[in-house]
Design a protein around this ligand. Structure first.
Ligand code: ARG
Ligand code: ZN
Length: 467
C-alpha cells in the first residue's frame, strides 16, 4: 500500500525515468506502457524502492539451511499498477534468480546491481492488480558497514540467522519494494532443519510441522508493514508465550546464551505494551513480544510485533523504546528517511516517560541535563532533517525527544497526550511526514508553533529557549 502523496508525486523526478517503452507498447496493441521508476522517490535514497506499482501483499515460501548458509524459494507479490507499466523493478541484492512469472506467465528479467527489472509479457494497465512470483536461491549477503549503519539485513549466525533490515536490508533476503513508503501484509512459510525455530512477524498459522528431518514454520502479519520491519530470525531459541494482563498475546524468545533473560524479556514486554496502550492509544497489532539473539549488532530493532535485541541484555528503557516504535515507526511509518525523528525522537521520549514511570529521574530532569550541555554535538545536527550519511545520529533521538518535551511544556499535558493519541489514531497503519505532525500539533494547540519547531527541529544551533 502506497501511503505517500509527496513521495509518489515526486517519484519520476528523482529516480531515473525513461521514455515510453516502444517494444512493449507494440506487443500490447493499443496500450502504451512506461517503465516504472527504479526508485520510489526518496531523494536521500534514490534507488530504494521502485515506482509504478504499489505492493499489497508478500507471500514468502523459503527454505534456509544454516550449515551451508543457503536460502532458496519463492517470493510472491500481489501489487497494483499505478501507471501503464511496460516493465518494473524490484530491489534484490545478490542471489541467482531462477525464474520470474507475472500472472502465471513467464516474464523476462534483467539484473543491474540491486535492481531486478521484470518485463511482463504485456503491458500491465494502470489500476490492474497483478501477481509476480520470483524463484531465487543463494547465500544471503547482508549489508556491511555502509557508513555508520553496522551490519544489517539477513545476517547468518552460528545456528541460524538474525534478520533486522533497517533501513534498506530487506532486499538481502527477498525481492521487494524496499522502502517504508510502500507497506504491505505478509505471510511467511519457512522450512529449516528440525531443532531450529523460525520467528517471523505477527502470529503463527498453526503449529510447526516436522517431517523428514525438517520443520516448516508458518507465520502471518495481517497489518500493513514496512519492508525493513519484516523478519524470519531463526536458530536455537527458548520460547515463552502467553497473554499480557491487558489481554495482548505475547511471544518472547531468547538464544540459549540469554536464557536467563527470557522471563524478564517476556514480563517487561507485556507490561510495557499494556502501559503504552494507555498512553499512546490502543495497541495497533495482534501480538507483542521480543527476541534476544547472540549476534552482536550493537543495536536493537523494532521489528513489527517482535523487536530484536542483537547480542545484549536489553534493559527496561530499551524495551520501552522498541515497543513505543510499534506505534511510532511501525503502525505510523515515515514516508521518507529524513523524517526519522518521527520514529526515534518519539521512541526516545518514551524511554524517558518509562524511566519516570518506574520511579527514576523525571522527564524534566532528563531534558534539563541534555539542555545544560551547551557544546554537545546534537546542537550542530538539526533532528528534523536526518542526514543520509548519518541517519541514526544522536540528535535524531535525543534532540528529537527534547523537541517533544518543549512542545509538551508549551501546550500542556492534556493537549500533548491528546495530540499523541490523535496522531496514532489518524494515521494508523499509514505513512506520515513531519509537516503533517506540525500541522496536527498546531491544530490541537489552537495556535501556530513555528517559533518552537523551527529552532528545535531545523536549526544547527542550540535553541535559545527551552519552552
Ligand atoms: N531503529 C533502531 C532503534 O532505534 C536502530 C536501527 C539501526 N540500524 C542500523 N542499521 N544500524 O532501536
Ligand atoms: Zn529506535
Amino acid at each position: 500500500v502506497l501511503g505517500l502523496n509527496a513521495c509518489s508525486a515526486s517519484s519520476g523526478a528523482t529516480a531515473p525515468s525513461e521514455p515510453a517503452d516502444v517494444a512493449n507498447a507494440q506487443s500490447a496493441g493499443s496500450q502504451a506502457g512506461t517503465p516504472g521508476a527504479a526508485g520510489i522517490g526518496d531523494p536521500d535514497f534514490p534507488m530504494d524502492g521502485n515506482g509504478g506499482y504499489d505492493v499489497d501483499h508478500y507471500a514468502l515460501k523459503l527454505a534456509y539451511d544454516p550449515p551451508s548458509k543457503k536460502l532458496s524459494g519463492t517470493t510472491s507479490i500481489d501489487a497494483k499498477a499505478v501507471q501503464n507499466l511496460s516493465r518494473f523493478n524490484l530491489d534484490l541484492h545478490d542471489f541467482t534468480v531462477r525464474g520470474v512469472r507475472v500472472d502465471g506467465g513467464a516474464a523476462r528479467f534483467t539484473r543491474d546491481g540491486d535492481e531486478l527489472t521484470v518485463i511482463p509479457p504485456s503491458v500491465i494497465a494502470k489500476g490492474t492488480t497483478f501477481t509476480v512470483v520470483v524463484d531465487y536461491a543463494g547465500k544471503p549477503d547482508p549489508v556491511r558497514n555502509s557508513s555508520n549503519l553496522g551490519t544489517y539485513g539477513f545476517i547468518p549466525t552460528k545456528d541460524g540467522a538474525f534478520v533486522t533490515s533497517e533501513p534498506n536490508g530487506a532486499k538481502t533476503w527477498f525481492p521487494c519494494n524496499d522502502h517504508p513508503a510502500d507497506k504491505a501484509t505478509y505471510e511467511f512459510d519457512v522450512t529449516v532443519p528440525a531443532g531450529i525455530t523460525v520467528i517471523a512477524n505477527g502470529e503463527m498459522r498453526g503449529a510447526p510441522v516436522t517431517r523428514g528431518g525438517s520443520t516448516d514454520f508458518r507465520w502471518r502479519e495481517d497489518h500493513p508493514m514496512a519492508t525493513y520491519l519484516a523478519t524470519i530470525t531463526l536458530g536455537k531459541f527458548q520460547v515463552k508465550t502467553g497473554e499480557s494482563p491487558g489481554g495482548i498475546p505475547v511471544y518472547a524468545a531468547t538464544d540459549p546464551a540469554f536464557r536467563h533473560d527470557l522471563d524478564f524479556l517476556y514480563t517487561t514486554s507485556a507490561t510495557v505494551t499494556d502501559y503504552w496502550s494507555k498512553i499512546f492509544g490502543p495497541y495497533p497489532f495482534s501480538s507483542t513480544g521480543g527476541v534476544i539473539d547472540d549476534f552482536s549488532t550493537g543495536y536493537a530493532l523494532e521489528n513489527q510485533t517482535k523487536p530484536m535485541y542483537g547480542g545484549f541484555e536489553p534493559d527496561q528503557s530499551i524495551i520501552a523504546h522498541e515497543l513505543a516504535h510499534q506505534w511510532f515507526g511501525d503502525s505510523l511509518s515515515i514516508a521518507r528517511w529524513k523524517d526519522l525523528w518521527l520514529n526515534e525522537g518519539f521512541a526516545t521520549y518514551a524511554e524517558w516517560l518509562w524511566t519516570e514511570h518506574k520511579g527514576g529521574p523525571s522527564v524534566e530532569k532528563t531534558f534539563q541535563d541534555y539542555y545544560a550541555a551547551k557544546s554537545a554535538p546534537i546542537w550542530k545536527y538539526p533532528p528534523g532533517v536526518a542526514q543520509r550519511q548519518d541517519l541514526f545520529n544522536n540528535s535524531v533521538y535525543i534532540r528529537g525527544g527534547m523537541t517533544l518535551h518543549v512542545l509538551r511544556k508549551r501546550i500542556g499535558d492534556d493537549a500533548f497526550f491528546t495530540l499523541l493519541r490523535t496522531w496514532t489514531d489518524q494515521h494508523k497503519y499509514g505513512s506520515v511526514t513531519t509537516e503533517e505532525f506540525v500541522k496536527l500539533a498546531e491544530k490541537v494547540a489552537g495556535k501556530p508553533l513555528g517559533d518552537l519547531f523551527d529552532p528545535w527541529l531545523f536549526k544547527p544551533t542550540r535553541p535559545a529557549s527551552a519552552v
